[in-house]
Design a protein around this ligand. Structure first.
Ligand code: THU
Length: 134
């Protein structure tokens, strides 16, 4: 069922632009409307300008009008499980409705683990905190 998403992340990794770290990452997101967007990490000589694969995929989805993401797949080092970095966890949270999202941490087509947002980012700061202001 999630084969297509995982495959899209694996494919996107091929386009990783990582001349500084040589750490290639691919990601893909499944939107509420069934569309899949993928992305890779894009590094920069000014290191802070680097964009992670997950954020590339999410920003592509949002810029195409998809604001609710149901699942994310990420693959980095194919010999390890690469978890989303802290900034990406926060960006995933922004577009996961009520924290309802599956995060696939992929080693290869057959080996992956699935986490909830609460498992990777407990006590999330979100739009709810802003709405609770008096
Ligand atoms: N990277 C990602 O693309 N996603 C993550 O969640 C972790 C880190 C990238 C950023 C940088 O290009 C390289 O991995 C090394 O940090």
């Amino acid at each position: 069922m999630y084969d297509k998403l995982i495959e899209a992340a694996i494919q996107a990794r091929e386009n990783a632009y990582a001349p500084y770290s040589n750490f290639m990452v691919g990601a893909a997101v499944l939107c509420e409307n069934g569309k899949i967007f993928s992305g890779c990490n894009i590094e920069n000589a000014s290191f802070g300008a680097t964009n992670c694969a997950e954020r590339t995929a999410i920003f592509k989805a949002v810029s195409e009008g998809c604001r609710t993401i149901k699942s994310v797949a990420v693959i980095g080092d194919p010999n390890n499980f690469t978890f989303p970095c802290g900034i990406c966890r926060q960006v995933i949270a922004e577009f996961a409705e009520n924290g309802d999202i599956k995060i696939f941490i992929v080693k290869n087509k057959k080996e992956f683990i699935v986490k909830t947002l609460d498992e990777v980012l407990p006590g999330v700061f979100s739009k709810k905190d802003l709405l609770m202001q008096d």
